[in-house]
Design a protein around this ligand. Sequence first.
Ligand code: NAD
Length: 438
Amino acid sequence: MKIAVVGTGYVGLVSGTCFAETGHHVICVDNDSSKVEKLKGGELTIYEPGLDTVFLRNTKEERLSFTTNLEEAVKVSDVIFLALPTPPGEDGSADLSYVLGVAEQIGHIIDKDEYKVLVDKSTVPVGTAEKVHAVVAKNCKGAFDVVSNPEFLREGVAVDDFLRPDRVVIGTSSERAKETMQRLYEPFVRQGNPIYFMDERSAEMTKYAANSYLATRITFMNEIANLCEKVGANVDNVRIGMGSDGRIGKRFLFSGVGYGGSCFPKDVQALFKTAKEHDYDFKLLDSVMGVNGAQKFKLAEKMNAYFDGNLKGKKIAIWGLAFKPNTDDIREAPAIYTIRELLKAGAEVYAYDPEAMENMKEIFGDQVTFVEHRYDALKGVDALGIVTEWNLFRTPDFNYMGELMKDKVIFDGRNLYNTKDMKELGFYYNSIGRTTIY
Ligand code: NAD
């Protein structure tokens, strides 16, 4: 099959590359010409583990190509995926202008005697497939179907998630489109994972329900952690005790400094807005947003309290800038909120992240000192804050850290270390939902 993927970001580039890997010819379209030039030159535009190998293989074998020309890509393709941004609009609802704008252009391109399948891969509110259909139909001379196929990949393990999805969700009322989608996804579910076919609205809702549930689960654990600190319990013990109940499960129960990223915050907000538009007050999501908003300031608050409200002139190291490990994505990252608070209070910030520093420089420029190596951030600092749980922060040389730092003070937003060890090593160690070590 010939496939076009419109929008070559985290989702589009990974999906396009993985479809090419199963033997299809894929053209990725993006209106950012510098991105397309880089990709054409064999350079990846995002950091995603394992993507380079698959990308290089498929570009070399000419199954994967890139263009800024939508018409050229649509003309030669049987299936067109829309992997475009759906950022929050001013009122919190998903901004559909990218998706509907491109859909309108596609309507002009599909000719008579042609049949194309248009697939919404972006996360879009319930009813969008119908809107896309209407917009395309306005100008379209040929035949087409619109399918809702929400994406569940996680940044950091996106290639693996795409090649071996837990499930694939496809919303369509067309038998013809259903067959096409079945053929496209079969290679990825050979181990027996399901492809669920359903109506478009249910598929659209499934994505929002999944992300909002995960955001709620994290938020619930963050509230438990905050309470643990007050009552002298250890949230890690609580997590293990809870998670081993088969009805609850072990995953996604880690407390920390709040969820971030390009998906959870905007998707929770958009679902809340959808509910409102349908006269439903989704109180639970309102609380989730409120609690998470506060949790992102947790680390800065703890530091401020430790320094008796006077962070002015204090040197603070920050380890971890990406919204989670194994990505360079900093959208809505808790590190942004932490650093902003520290700078506002007059602290000097020294930051390190293995992949996300270039992106963070675009926000803070020279207000923050970005260093080459993790230990470089620690020289003469009054405290270290850990915001992202990259593996390389898990077992550092604590003795060396103690020598570099002015004071042996750590605020750990990801509970990476054992409190007993930190006591023996003589650190002040303040983490989330556990007793502070002096
Ligand atoms: P992204 O910002 O990384 O990529 C979007 C791309 O679309 C950009 O490269 C941008 O230049 C391009 N673009 C914008 N307007 C265009 C136009 N008119 N024509 C061609 N290209 C255009 O976004 P993303 O993270 O890949 O997310 C895309 C969608 O997938 C969103 O709806 C998101 O919610 C959803 N999603 C994201 C993830 C994730 O982990 N990032 C996971 C599942 C679903």
